[in-house]
Design a protein around this ligand. Structure first.
Ligand code: 6PG
Length: 244
């Protein structure tokens, strides 16, 4: 695991944009495509804006060969302010020429969250041409961590923490009184690169518990993220790292 500590969120965002672009260019050189699972959250939002607005990233991104997936989605329509898809669209997709057909959002607005999860699982199986039991190998999984230790929509003490069979799970988050749809631990851990972003003093205790505390994944689902053979990088700011 590679832990990189930066002075502030702006520096984290810039380093993440460098890494995102580097991985995208490298993946396209090797396989002609770049597959990424995007995350919701405030730190990723700043990253998406930077990628789309700063020519040093925008001009290098292989937009035609970029295939976008999501790590998780909230149970709202795609134009809702809480939608992770909408956030990405506003911050990045509306400004970058990524072909519509390359964008694979989670249709979590469906009344039946279980069905939405199944549909997304089928979409992944089809795109990655998976045989039964195989996992997709995303070039990059981008993750944020909530102050409670959740990542993607794998919240503490929910069914998603235990899920090891499905590629995509629906999960009811009691404290938010809502459903979410999330990629599962086996999928997240099968990626070639996992990039975790965490900023802010309100995450300091949790970051310490996740990285240096006893293993307690039910309480801190972010502990479950340990790529099987890929590379895990944490990019955090000094405030989040203050208890390490
Ligand atoms: C979501 C996210 C979630 C997020 C963390 C961190 O849909 O809520 O995918 O996992 O990344 O909650 O969010 P912040 O960067 O806003 O703290």
């Amino acid at each position: 695991m590679d832990l990189r500590i930066f002075s502030d969120p702006t520096e984290v965002t810039r380093a993440a944009a460098d890494e995102f672009t580097r991985i995208a260019v490298e993946a396209v050189a090797q396989t002609s495509l770049f597959t990424v699972a995007l995350s919701g959250g405030s730190t990723p939002r700043a990253l998406y804006s930077l990628l789309a607005e700063d020519p040093q990233y925008r001009d290098r991104l292989p937009c035609n060969q970029m295939y976008l997936f999501w790590g998780d989605e909230r149970a709202v329509p795609p134009d809702h302010p809480d939608s992770n898809y909408r956030m990405t669209k506003d911050a990045m997709l509306s400004k970058l020429p990524v072909p519509e057909g390359n964008i694979h959002r989670i249709h979590a607005e469906a009344i039946d969250a279980k069905k939405a999860a199944e549909d997304y699982e089928n979409e992944l199986k089809q795109f990655f041409r998976l045989a039964s039991g195989e996992l997709p190998r995303l070039d990059l999984v981008l993750l944020g961590m909530g102050p409670d230790g959740h990542t993607a929509s794998i919240f503490p003490y929910t069914s998603a923490v235990q899920e090891r069979e499905r590629l995509v799970a629906d999960v009811y988050v009691e404290k938010l009184k809502t459903h979410r749809v999330t990629l599962t631990v086996p999928v997240l851990n099968h990626a070639i690169h996992v990039l975790f972003l965490a900023c802010g003093a309100e995450k300091a205790d949790t970051l310490k518990a996740v990285l240096q505390g006893e293993r307690s994944p039910n309480q801190y689902p972010s502990q479950l993220i340990q790529p099987t053979y890929g590379k895990l990088t944490w990019m955090v700011d000094r405030a989040a790292a203050s208890k390490l």
